[in-house]
Write a protein that binds this ligand. Sequence first.
Ligand SMILES: C[S@@+](CC[C@H](N)C(=O)[O-])C[C@H]1O[C@@H](n2cnc3c(N)ncnc32)[C@H](O)[C@@H]1O
Length: 297
Amino acid sequence: MSNPYARHNEESKANFDHVYDLPDPRGYFEALGSLDYLAPEHARRLFPVLLGEVRRGDGPDGILDLCCSYGVNAALLGHDLTLKDLYAHYASPELAGLSTEELLGADRPFYAELRHPSPPEVVGADSASNAVRYALRAGLLEAGFGEDFETSDPSEAFRKAVGNVGIVTVTGGVGYVWERTFDRVLKSVSEARPDGRAPWVATLPARLVDYDPLSALFSDHGLVTQKFAARTFPQRRFADAAEREHVLRELAKVGVNPAGKEEEGWYHADLYLSRPAEEASRVSVDELFGASGALDY
Ligand SMILES: C[S@@+](CC[C@H](N)C(=O)[O-])C[C@H]1O[C@@H](n2cnc3c(N)ncnc32)[C@H](O)[C@@H]1O
C-alpha cells in the first residue's frame, strides 16, 4: 500500500542502511550521533508515563519495541542511562579497538550495573537480525526477533513471545514499517494475550508522515488514535540542503507549517498514541502528559 514516507526514504532521506545491521552498535551510534538523532531520548522521557498508565489497567504491561535496532529503547527505559550517555559510551576510545565479542564482554556488566531494579520487559523486533542479536546478547531484551513483517508473517516463536505485550513502541521506524507490519503485529499480540485485546501503540513519526492510513488500521483493531497536540519533538538535523529542501516541499504539500521547526534545520516528530476507546476517553493524551511533568525539557 502507498507509503509516502518510504518513498521519501528512497528518494531524499540520508541513508543509514549501512549501519542498521552491523555486528555491534558502534557504527550506528557514530552515524546517528553525527546528526544529533534524538528520538530514543524522547522515548526515555515519554514512554514511562504511558507504561505507568498501562499498568493502571488490568492487562499485561510488557513492551514490544518495533524497529528495536541494537536495543536502544530497551537500554534507556530499563537502565540509569540517557541517550547522551550511550553516544559517549560507544564513542569512548577504550572501546574503539575491541572486537565485537570483546565489546559484548564490556557491555554485559556495563548494562547490568546500571539496570533499574524492575526494568520493563521488552521484546524487540527489527529486520536487522545482527542488531537484534547484539541486543539479546547484551542482555537488553527479554526476547528478540530479526524479522521483517512488511514481507513475511511473524514466526511462531514471535507469536508465542508477545502474550505479555501491553504496548507497542516505535521510534525512528514508522515509514520503514507500515500497515502490513502493524496489522500482523496487532493480530499476533491480541491472539497471544490471555485477554485477547489489542495492545496500545505509541510512535514518534516525522511530521511529513500522513498517519491517517495507520489510524484507520488501528481503528480496525479497536484502537482510537490521538496525536499529542502540545508540542513536537526534534528528531535529528538534516544531513544536507537537499534533504532540507525535500522535507520543506513535502510539508508544504500536506499543509504543515515548518516555521521554527524544520525551517531551523531539524526533522520534527509527533507523538501518536492508540488505545482502546474506553481508555482513550478516560484521559486524553494531552491530559496524560500535561499532568506528568515528563515534558519539562
Ligand atoms: C533510525 S533506526 C531506529 C532504531 C531505534 N528504534 C532508535 O530509535 O534508535 C530504524 C530501524 O528500522 C529498522 N527497519 C527498517 N526496515 C524495517 C522493516 N521492514 N522491519 C523492521 N525494522 C525495519 C532498521 O533496521 C533500523 O534498525
